[in-house]
Design a protein around this ligand. Structure first.
Ligand code: NIG
Ligand code: FE
Length: 398
């Protein structure tokens, strides 16, 4: 099996706390003038270029920085249609309440499999071109047995991190019979979706009449768990509520948004920091003109955090993790190192993965290169497209 050595790495951020000889300030596990050997899609060796072993082929990245590929642990990529007018309305004061999801459901149901597949392919490619190497993809714009199952079947063509979100909103045809919809989700829809999903998620939000109550969410998540799925929760997005409490109670891997948290929520998340990650999605606050979550308070309390895009047609149609990182530093008082680790190590943890998010021998060779000498330029040069996922194949320039 051919091995490839990447050289010319001016700065390598590994995120590996145990790497010998690395600069471990801010937990970055940083090396300068580094090399990485990749074989069979995995990292075979990491260290100073001067100590690098021989490999079959060499690729010089030309004095650039290399970081772990971004792990985007929250996205809704399977949708058709356009809701840009909702964004415009919010910029002049309209409030988000989840009602617009019905527009995307209609467009998604009307799209063919091939149309949906092409839309997802384009979005995943857009993410890779901005440095994302793993993406979690949710269903949630089908909301029928057929359309949820095909959304997940298509998502699974692009990622093993697929999430059944039949409990996104109550579809209009069930508006007067919510409990029948919960029965459908936990019955026939779950059975049709389980073969294509790793996770189940629910939009648990008392501040949206379209979303699910604590009791409904508990029923949905428990059924998913019994069917073998891991748990994720959309919680505390539009106001204070039960999402975090429920996620911790059920041992969910992640509770996402966490925009409005009580002192008890923060305490519970800190106590559950090995189990439940708080995933922050500041692109949503940007695109809905909402206050940003208090990331500093979470880190200072000992909560495990992740950063992800939430790329979706309603609350944030941005696929850009560099944009999320810039917001986290500029608007949420994270240091650049904290933000980068949250979008790599932290988001991998929220997917219960330890083979990604850190550049370490044995892990997947998911590397992102920056057209810059240091990871700091991700923030310093906000808005400039300097990050891209590195294709490990081939022995030609960068
Ligand atoms: O994560 N909160 C619920 N779901 C998405 C938005 C979906 C939409 O508006 O289309 C979110 O923000
Ligand atoms: Fe979401």
């Amino acid at each position: 099996m051919t091995s490839t050595i990447f050289t010319g790495i001016a700065e390598l951020v590994t995120g590996d706390a145990l790497l010998d000889g690395a600069d471990h300030s801010e937990h970055l596990g940083r090396l300068s003038d580094a090399a990485v050997v990749v074989q069979n899609g995995l990292i075979a060796w990491v260290g100073p270029a001067s100590q690098a072993p021989v490999a079959d082929q060499c690729r010089d990245v030309g004095g650039r920085a290399v970081i772990p590929g971004f792990v985007d642990s929250h996205s809704h990529l399977v949708f058709a249609g356009d809701r840009s007018q909702e964004f415009v309305a919010r910029m002049t004061g309209a409030r988000y309440d989840g009602g617009g999801i019905a527009t995307s459901v209609n467009a998604t149901r009307a799209a063919s499999d091939d149309e949906l597949r092409a839309l997802v392919a384009r979005r995943v490619a857009e993410m890779r071109a901005q440095g994302t190497t793993t993406v979690e993809i949710k269903s949630g714009y089908g909301l029928s047995v057929h359309d949820e199952a095909r959304s997940l079947r298509i998502a699974a063509e692009f990622s093993s991190e697929t999430t059944f979100l039949g409990a996104h909103v109550v579809p209009l045809e069930f508006a007067d019979s919510r409990s029948e919809y919960v029965d459908l989700i936990t019955g026939e829809m779950l059975s049709a979706c389980v073969p294509h999903a790793r996770w189940i998620d629910v939009f648990c939000e008392p501040h949206s009449s379209h979303a699910f109550t604590e009791d409904e969410a508990r029923v949905v998540l428990s059924a998913g768990r019994n069917a073998g799925l891991g748990l994720r929760v959309h919680g505390n997005q539009l106001g204070h509520g039960p999402g975090v409490r429920l996620a911790v109670e059920l041992g969910a891997a992640s509770v996402d948004h966490c925009t409005f948290l009580s002192a008890e929520d923060v305490e519970q998340l800190a106590a559950a920091s090995e189990t439940t990650v708080a995933t922050l999605l500041p692109g949503v606050e940007f695109s809905t003109r909402s206050p940003y979550p208090n990331a500093r308070r979470l880190l200072d309390a000992g909560v495990s955090i992740a950063l992800a895009s939430d790329c979706n047609p309603g609350t944030c149609y941005s696929s850009s993790i560099p944009f999320v990182l810039a917001l986290a530093v500029r608007e949420m008082s994270l240091t650049p190192a904290e933000a980068l680790l949250a979008a790599t190590y932290g988001s991998a943890k929220s997917l219960r993965r330890n083979d990604i998010g850190v550049i370490r021998a044995g892990n997947r060779a998911d590397l992102t290169v920056l057209d810059a000498p240091s990871y700091l330029h991700l923030f310093y040069r906000a808005g400039v497209p300097i990050a891209r996922a590195l294709d490990p194949v081939g022995c030609h320039g960068h």
